[in-house]
Design a protein around this ligand. Structure first.
Ligand SMILES: [Zn+2]
Length: 150
């Protein structure tokens, strides 16, 4: 069966309701830190993708993760920050909204193109990981899906 790039990207990220975390109140660095914490918390059962102002949780082909579990990761990440009292978290069905009373400049809201040295981001889909091995495996999946043998 022929497998072209378009079909492959569709099957890699099938359209299904994803849990999203609305981070429009957060600075770029806070959002990256949160995405990393969620990715770690998922322990390979899913990945946290940057999606504009949101973080989207993709559980791939695995079982759906309950929103309560994602929300508890968000709360535990924010409560570990020294400005924890500035944040509140709201549950809106498949959307977790993070509110912040901290003043964040427009510049800080933009996700920096310079990632922390230990954080790797896939240029194709925004997948984040701190593991070099996991990153290389991830890139290999894209290549395999495109039918390119290394
Ligand atoms: Zn990717």
């Amino acid at each position: 069966m022929h497998c072209d790039t378009v079909n492959c990207s569709v099957s890699l990220f099938p359209a299904k309701p994803m849990i999203k975390v609305d981070c429009s109140d957060l600075s770029g660095m806070t959002k990256l830190g949160l995405a990393e914490a969620i990715s770690d918390g998922l322990g390979g059962k899913g990945i946290a993708l940057l999606d504009g102002k949101d973080i989207a949780i993709d559980t791939l082909s695995g079982p759906e993760l309950g929103i309560a579990r994602i929300q508890s990761m968000v709360v535990s990440y924010l409560s570990g920050r020294k400005d924890a009292s500035a944040y509140s978290v709201e549950d809106k069905g498949n959307l977790i909204v993070v509110h912040s009373s901290a003043v964040v400049s427009a510049q800080e809201k933009k996700v920096s193109s310079v990632l922390p040295p230990n954080l790797l981001q896939c240029p194709d889909c925004g997948f984040l990981t701190t593991s070099q091995n996991q990153y290389e495996d991830h890139l290999r999946i894209h290549d395999l899906m495109r039918g390119i043998a290394r």
